[in-house]
Design a protein around this ligand. Structure first.
Ligand code: AR6
Length: 179
């Protein structure tokens, strides 16, 4: 069970993830790492699409639930960790485990690269259709469990796009902390 000290290293924010000055922002990518819409499109535009696409091409794609790193190019963030969330079907096709794996693997990649501050978007909750509350619960729990084990990650920010998602996420955070 994560302690209060762990929750103090987790923050929920409303805003545009491309603007955060953290060591790494996480991208909700597709398995070809080809760029796309949503947060992926916003990150590619803000980082510099040509350079980021060239860096992504060298990575040879990414499995669902896995994560890979590139430089952040024109972003304030020095790095981008690209992870691929599951497409939600009915929750019975490994989606919860794969979504938790996105958060864990992204944080493992951060540790491997000696990064201390990481920001996540709400992976899979847009085009990939994951129900928001369920996804946010999984995200917060996965991060808290990880931070419990790895002291080197100082701060994890969850960035929600729009007030509605932000308010819903703060409620999920309260519920998960109280579990
Ligand atoms: N900052 C923070 N969050 C954002 C931003 C932003 N600038 N823009 C959107 N969001 P989605 P997915 C939120 O669809 O469901 C792409 O085409 C958005 O409100 O970006 O994992 C990829 O290439 C939502 O809550 O990602 C894949 O093909 C969340 O980001 C596919 O979409 C995730 O929505 C991935 O789908």
């Amino acid at each position: 069970m994560p302690t209060l000290r762990v929750w103090a290293r987790i923050e929920v924010l409303e805003g545009d993830i491309t603007r955060l000055p953290v060591d790494a922002i996480v991208n909700a990518a597709n398995s070809r790492l080809a760029g796309g819409g949503g947060v992926d499109g916003a990150i590619h535009r803000a980082a510099g699409a040509a350079e980021l696409q060239a860096a992504c091409r060298k990575l040879g794609g990414c499995d669902t639930g896995d994560a890979k790193i590139t430089p952040g190019f024109n972003l304030h963030a020095r790095h981008i960790i690209h992870t691929v969330g599951p497409v939600y079907r009915d929750g019975q096709h490994g989606e919860p485990e794969l979504l938790a794996s996105c958060y864990r693997r992204s944080l493992e990649v951060a540790v491997e690269n000696r990064l201390k501050t990481v920001a996540f978007p709400a992976i899979s909750t847009g085009v990939y259709g994951y129900p928001f509350e369920q996804a946010t619960k999984i995200a917060l729990r996965a991060a808290a469990d990880f931070l419990d084990q790895y002291e080197t990650i100082e701060h994890v920010t969850f960035v929600f796009f729009g007030e509605q998602d932000y308010v819903a996420a703060t409620k999920v955070l309260e519920a998960v902390r109280g579990d």
